[in-house]
Ligand binder design. Structure first.
Ligand code: OOB
Length: 559
């Protein structure tokens, strides 16, 4: 059953009992049968019932098939929070194709990397965000992949394709033949000659066709040693991920979930988020921007019950609630995760918003921890919760070893945690020989079970929940004129949780924050990777083995 690259025989039997043999395409079909006329998804421009979402998945699947995208093909999806995100996502699921989740903030360099690492057959983008044009970026991505001798992905644009030469999403849906329930894909074939079959209808000629254990989507890691890695998630494990969240956040058919954070973020999509709400017949509301004014308006008009935020958004919500608390009358649960929520803010948030706060500590790689809705308020304020599944195995060790420690690096293994990255080398230091994933997070556990995140041993910046490997930016800074050595370190910051400081050894005048931002933007990097401060230094402090001593740098900057 498991065909995600892990050896089925090594999968412990006690994991199997948590899994259901479902695919996301099949699940949407089932939901559409159960609640055909319930509204599944809403954005400011449209609302679709479950039946409409299911039908559009057929059309989108057939449209992608016409473009030559087939079962197992990877498709980079970079869309803002709008109904089309779910139409594309479920359309790809119906085809058995694999969405690769890019974030709206990503730029040329990140998208090239995701497309190259996944071998993408297509790229789906929106029109523009402010002055930035995603269609122009898509053309540049194709050109760069071509220069590298790689296949150039088909471009699909939600909106007007403009000069990009891409296919409009509306056209893609029209291209598709008129569809009845079966067989949606008759007469269509993949360029390789493979026959196309929706994954919820097993192909009698191909007993080895797509199954619940197959790859369903690729998430991206925060990155620690270089570029973000791709995280394979199967239908089975991701279905479990969402179901555990539904239990933890007590979602039911009355749930209205507001997606404030990007829909492609694991937290928003499946913890329990969008997929959780859909799995119980609830309604998903997509916020076009993360600002509290938009969110409060949608909460009041759509009678939202659940949402999820990063800690950096919480103070803005508290300010908005000072004058508009009545807008939150229906809101029950506000999940907070992605970065450490300060205890003091956690204590204030619940009473100020009139909701139950749920801390969520999770990772795209798997493990998700939740505080319980009926936990003691001090537990909710000071811990990051308990593992979602009783068969999640957590070890706390001295960093880089497997020796037990009271406070140390968290290792995890479990029924929805990855065993290897996508296309990764067999011997990957991110995993122990026993198959535990090294989270790079420094934690301790209370005797009663909750995990407390106390720090981080990985060389990563987490700016308001957006993560990146320090080395990714350092490499680009070294190309600046006069810069001889560069190190990125994170320091506590009241607004962002963490601010990135560029520590530079350089000739001549120090480059400004602005110059660094411009340089990184020209290199095609997301804006959140630009450092907030520049600090000049004569020589980098080094560890005994000759690496930059970031602990020493942090201590020095703190002074
Ligand atoms: C979520 O997922 P990722 O993959 O973007 O980031 C995972 C990392 C964790 O290893 C940890 O370093 C940090 O983000 N983190 C937290 C945290 N939640 C995540 N650190 C402290 N406190 C928390 N509550 O960020 C993610 C995925 C699903 C649900 C929630 C968050």
């Amino acid at each position: 059953m498991n065909r995600t690259g892990t050896d089925f025989l090594t999968i412990p039997q006690h994991y199997v009992k948590h899994w259901r043999t479902v695919t996301f395409s099949g699940s949407l079909r089932r939901w559409a049968r159960l609640w055909p006329d319930t509204v599944a998804v809403v954005d400011p421009r449209q609302r679709l019932t479950y039946q409409e979402l299911d039908k559009s998945a057929d059309r989108v699947a057939a449209g992608f098939a016409r473009l030559g995208v087939g079962r197992g093909d990877r498709v980079v999806v970079q869309l803002p929070n709008q109904v089309e995100f779910l139409q594309v996502w479920f359309g790809l699921q119906r085809l058995g194709a694999v969405p690769v989740h890019a974030m709206p903030a990503h730029r040329r360099d990140e998208i090239v990397h995701l497309a190259a690492a996944s071998g993408a057959a297509a790229l789906v983008v929106g029109e523009r965000q402010g002055r930035f044009d995603f269609r122009t970026m898509a053309v540049e991505v194709g050109a760069e992949l071509g220069r590298r001798g790689m296949a150039v992905p088909e471009v699909v644009v939600v909106g007007e394709p403009g000069e990009s030469g891409g296919t409009a999403f509306s056209e893609l849906c029209r291209l598709a033949p008129a569809l009845s329930a079966t067989p949606a894909f008759a007469g269509l074939s993949h360029p390789t000659g493979a026959r196309l079959v929706p994954v919820d209808e097993p192909d009698p000629d191909d007993p080895h066709g797509p199954a619940a254990g197959d790859l369903a989507l690729l998430l991206i890691s925060g990155g620690t040693t270089g570029r973000p890695k791709l995280i394979p998630r199967s239908h089975t494990d991701y279905d479990l991920n969402a179901r555990l969240g539904v239990r933890a956040a007590a979602m039911n058919s009355g749930t209205v979930y507001l997606a404030v954070l990007p829909a492609g973020f694991n937290f928003t999509l499946a913890c329990p988020g969008i997929l959780g709400a859909l799995s119980v017949g609830g309604t998903v509301v997509l916020a076009p921007d993360p600002g509290p004014a938009t969110a409060f308006h949608l909460i009041a008009t759509e009678k939202v019950t659940h949402t999820a935020l990063t800690p950096a958004l919480v103070p803005h919500w508290l300010t908005e609630a000072e004058t508009r608390r009545e807008a939150l009358a229906t809101l029950q649960v506000v999940q907070v995760g992605g970065a450490r929520l300060p205890d003091e803010l956690a204590r204030r948030a619940g009473p100020a918003l009139g909701v139950t706060i749920q801390q969520v500590y999770g990772m795209a790689e798997g493990l998700i921890c939740y505080t319980a809705l009926d936990d003691d308020p001090e537990i909710v304020a000071t811990t990051q919760g308990r593992p979602g599944c009783e068969d999640d195995e957590l070890l706390i060790v001295r960093p880089g070893t497997t020796e037990p420690a009271e406070t140390g690096e968290l290792l995890v293994r479990g029924p929805y945690t990855l065993r290897s990255y996508y296309n990764a080398p067999a011997a990957d230091p991110a995993f122990t020989s026993e198959g535990f994933y090294r989270t790079g997070d420094e934690v301790r556990r209370l005797p009663s079970g909750p995990v407390v995140v106390v720090g981080r041993v990985k060389d990563q910046i987490n700016r308001a929940g957006e993560k990146y490997a320090a080395v990714e930016v350092e490499e680009h800074l070294l190309d600046l004129d006069g810069v001889k050595a560069a190190a990125i370190v994170g320091l506590p910051d009241p607004d962002w949780g963490e601010a990135a400081v560029a520590v530079l050894v350089h000739d001549g005048p120090a480059p400004t924050v602005r110059a660094l931002a411009t340089h990184l933007r020209e290199r095609g990097l997301a804006a959140y990777k630009a450092p907030q401060r520049v600090h000049s230094i004569d020589a980098m402090p080094l560890t005994p083995v000759g690496k930059v001593d970031k602990q020493a740098l942090r201590a020095r900057l703190a002074r």
